[in-house]
Design a protein. Structure first.
Length: 163
């Protein structure tokens, strides 16, 4: 299965030490060049950027197409737009996006979408993470600069409890 990953999930997975989950869950992991630039080139001093830079199994690619609708009008940043466009180019199985608007637009375009917590949950369900590791990853994210909605946190905790 092919996945195209946006900036926030890359950073979140790197911050929690679980970037390798993408490699275990997907046969090919693509990152648009604009996302890589956001995370590594311009974000070189941010936590997680060095880990992302040194991952050999991430494939960098620029979408072949551009959107006919200006990014600002759609409300997406360039990275989110490129994740969706590259997903179309590659006929990707999954788009990994955390931002709500990007997820909604991708879903409206019939993409399957997961976010960081969705990756943790699938990894837990497949035995790649223990329940404690999944809870610790959530705690680590909560202590970082990455924002998590209380509703999403409650959903994730309920999923771990119900399993």
């Amino acid at each position: 299965m092919k996945a195209v990953v946006n900036a926030t999930p890359l950073i979140a997975l790197a911050l929690t030490g679980h970037l390798e989950l993408l490699q275990h869950l997907f046969s090919a992991v693509y990152v648009p060049q604009s996302v890589y630039d956001e995370v590594v080139t311009r974000g070189g001093d941010r936590p997680g950027s060095t880990l992302v830079k040194n991952v050999p199994w991430l494939t960098l690619q620029t979408p072949a197409q551009t959107s006919p609708i200006p990014v600002a009008l759609m409300g997406l940043d360039l990275g989110e737009q490129d994740v969706i466009l590259l997903g179309q180019d590659l006929n990707a199985d999954w788009l990994i996006i955390d931002e709500r608007l990007g997820r909604r637009i991708a879903q409206a375009m019939n993409f399957r979408v997961k976010g960081t917590l969705g990756i943790f949950l699938v990894a837990y369900q497949l035995g790649l993470l223990s329940k404690l590791e999944a809870e610790q990853a959530l705690l680590h994210l909560g202590q970082s600069t990455i924002r998590l909605s209380p509703r999403l946190v409650a959903w994730f905790q309920a999923q771990l409890t119900n399993d």
